[in-house]
Design a protein around this ligand. Structure first.
Ligand SMILES: [Zn+2]
Length: 315
């Protein structure tokens, strides 16, 4: 802006009413946080700068659009910016992105997130899942050393979906049958002694489903602790791994260093944290598991909004 224009702007600022002044303040604040968000995502993406369309590294700057540096690929000729190909591409209101990331860090419910962001609950819901689309698949793909494995169950839910021919159940209610009821979705959680944790929503509790997730996860020298046999025990046996069953007739115990206390306490924290949502739609279960993994990884140093924003773009 030219110096002369700025002087005129100051003269106009003096004439603002109280309400208008607040409007200007709010607008400038939103703009400043939008710039902050843009700087964050652009610096997070800077290292791996290549064309998201074809992978080419020969790229040139090509103007600025929507506050973001635009690039043009010299190979395929297409343009892109730091958000192209990420779940946040073309998402509006960048001035609220860090607030959204804060809502994730705080584990806010949709209702409270909507208040925090000053948007409709439907928008808060949509934004939540846009921000979780990348974290849902951010998980370690290998464990090392002693691995504790256990299954937990999450009540199947069609929350938010219209299902024909099914009786509505009270939100967050309990399943008609416990254990292997079809209404319980099995989630396998595996954690090694360094705290590396991963989880899988299983299609069912049978051995084939368990094998499919454990085979790539566990190295041949892994030592596995579980609370018993079942499909998990059979899968571990088929994989030829050292297996310590830590269940006795009177319940689960530690047998020396062999126990599943770490994975069980993870279950406890996960379920305790999920209670606030009063049942999550099964279609989104992976998103919630990814959300919790992102938060639980650093219990002593809570996730900062900037980190969660970077996670949301897969950086
Ligand atoms: Zn290209």
């Amino acid at each position: 802006m030219r110096k002369k224009d700025l002087q005129r702007l100051w003269a106009l600022v003096d004439r603002l009413s109280r309400a208008q002044r607040q409007e200007v303040i709010d607008r400038l604040k939103a703009q400043a946080t939008a710039v902050e968000s843009i700087e964050l995502v652009e610096s997070a993406r800077h290292q791996s700068r290549s064309c998201p369309h074809c992978g080419e590294h020969r790229i040139v700057r090509n103007g600025v659009a929507d506050g973001l540096q635009r690039y043009k690929c010299r190979a395929c000729g297409k343009t892109f910016n730091a958000l192209t190909g990420t779940p946040l591409a073309r998402l509006r209101h960048k001035g609220k992105w860090l607030d959204q990331a804060q809502a994730l860090a705080d584990g806010l419910t949709v209702k409270r997130a909507a208040e925090h962001l000053n948007v409709a609950p439907s928008t808060a819901f949509r934004w939540r899942h846009r921000f979780l689309a990348a974290p849902r698949s951010v998980k370690p793909n290998a464990l090392a050393g002693v691995a504790e494995i256990d299954e937990t169950y999450v009540l199947e839910s069609f929350k938010g979906q219209k299902v024909v021919g099914r009786k509505a159940r009270k939100r967050g209610g309990s399943a008609a049958k416990r254990g292997l009821s079809r209404e319980q979705i099995p989630v396998l959680v595996a954690r090694d002694r360094s705290g590396t944790t991963t989880d899988y929503v299983l299609s069912d509790s049978r051995k084939a489903a368990v094998m499919a997730v454990l085979k790539p996860l566990l190295p041949p020298d892994a030592v596995v602790c579980t609370d018993g046999g079942g499909s998990i025990g059979q899968a571990i046996k088929d994989l030829g791994l050292e297996h310590h069953r830590v269940v006795t007739s009177s319940g689960t115990h530690a047998i020396g260093a062999w126990h599943i206390q770490n994975v069980n306490s993870y279950h406890g924290r996960l379920k305790g944290w999920m209670r606030r949502f009063k049942g999550v739609a099964t279609a989104y279960l992976e998103n919630y598991l990814g959300w919790f993994r992102a938060l639980d990884r650093t219990p002593r140093s809570p996730r900062q909004p900037a980190q969660l924003l970077n996670l949301a773009i897969g950086a």
